[in-house]
Design a protein around this ligand. Structure first.
Ligand SMILES: [Zn+2]
Length: 352
């Protein structure tokens, strides 16, 4: 096992399935727009062997896996069952979405929530995500008021099962993924909308996926994401693709701090690091049309952990606080206490 940075290291944002586009076999020439839409009939396969390899190399004890486009809740459940000591999973109702895409069902938030309820009732899944589930099929303009009503129904399901929900913040440039910041999934581009959700459901933990920085060099989503996290006790930040300096604001904010930060990378998504020496930041995660599509497994852990190391060195952070970011906060939010080898691994003081 690689040298672990903390006592029990959890990557809270992982995709253990990988897309097989099979361009050659299908005689398709890849283009960015089709890729951004996720190619409706893309095949996915269990990629957990590569993930387990990376976890071993870099000292990661456990991963929270989740579906992205084309991936399925069912395959994630199989991966969890095969390695219950290594993985837990979120769910997002992928079988329902598949039926909708095949025209067998007309999407409704009620139908989608029924599927989430069914999945969570199995006890296999520990939360809802990635991001707030939605129709995933193009819709006419939808206002935040309408979308908020849908999200409230999702939050009711999370409340029933006492599980956290993830809220996607920002997105990449590169492969036209930013199309999703438009009308249909507008909340991705508006982290401030999460204020409404957090205030209405103070008992349901909300994780700000990517903590305002999924990729690109601009910090345009960071401050509003941090404002939500600082304003509500039930809102947590995922920090994995932060370059070192981005850790400063949430660490220093008296209403955020390590207790509300959790490391999570997006392992399994194809987001390489871009290197721009002399620029700030000198490296950042994003896709590049100049490079093409990564056929290799992008290494997230080496880069992300180095950024965290750098931040820890600059701020001389106590190890008990580092341990919260790397695992303790996730243990609390996903209620994973029974997965730990010992009790009392994470910071806890008795008030006198
Ligand atoms: Zn992701």
């Amino acid at each position: 096992m690689g040298i672990a940075r903390g006592r029990f290291v959890i990557d809270t944002h992982v995709h253990a399935q990988r897309h097989a586009f099979k361009f050659k076999e299908r005689g398709i020439k890849p283009d960015w727009a089709t890729l951004a839409e996720g190619m409706p009939d893309v095949q996915v396969y269990d990629n957990s062997a590569r993930l387990l390899y990376d976890m071993e190399r870099y000292g990661v004890d456990m991963c929270v896996i989740m579906p992205a486009f084309g991936m399925t809740d069912e395959l994630n459940a199989e991966i969890v069952k095969a390695h219950p000591d290594k993985f837990v999973s979120l769910c997002s109702g992928t079988a329902y979405i598949k039926k909708v895409k095949e025209g067998k069902e007309k999407w409704s938030i009620e139908g989608h929530c029924e599927e989430l309820d069914r999945l969570l009732s199995t006890g296999i899944y520990v939360g809802i995500g990635e991001g707030m589930p939605g129709s995933m099929v193009p819709r006419e303009s939808i206002s935040w008021d309408e979308r908020f009503k849908e999200i409230c129904q999702i939050m009711e399901v999370a409340r029933k099962y006492k599980v956290p929900v993830s809220y996607h913040t920002g997105t990449l440039s590169g492969y036209a993924g930013a199309r999703r910041l438009g009308r249909v999934t507008g909340e991705w581009g508006n982290p401030s909308f999460a204020h409404d959700i957090a205030a209405h459901f103070p008992d349901v933990p909300i994780i700000m996926d990517h903590g305002g920085m999924q990729g690109w060099w601009s910090e345009m989503y960071m401050d509003s994401t941090l404002h939500v996290a600082a304003s509500h006790p039930n809102v947590y930040l995922e920090t994995g693709l932060y370059w070192a300096e981005l850790y400063e604001k949430p660490l220093r904010d008296p209403n955020i701090g390590p207790e509300k930060m959790m490391w999570g990378t997006d392992w399994g998504a194809s987001i390489p690091q871009q290197w721009v020496p002399g620029f700030y930041p000198s490296s950042f995660a994003d896709q590049s049309r100049r490079q093409g599509i990564p056929a290799h497994q992008v290494d997230y852990y080496g880069w992300s952990l180095r950024q965290l190391d750098k931040a820890i060195d600059v701020f001389d952070l106590p190890q008990d606080d580092v341990n919260l970011i790397l695992g303790g906060t996730a243990v609390k939010v996903f209620r994973l206490e029974d997965r730990l080898p010992h009790t009392r691994l994470f910071k806890q003081y008795l008030p006198i």
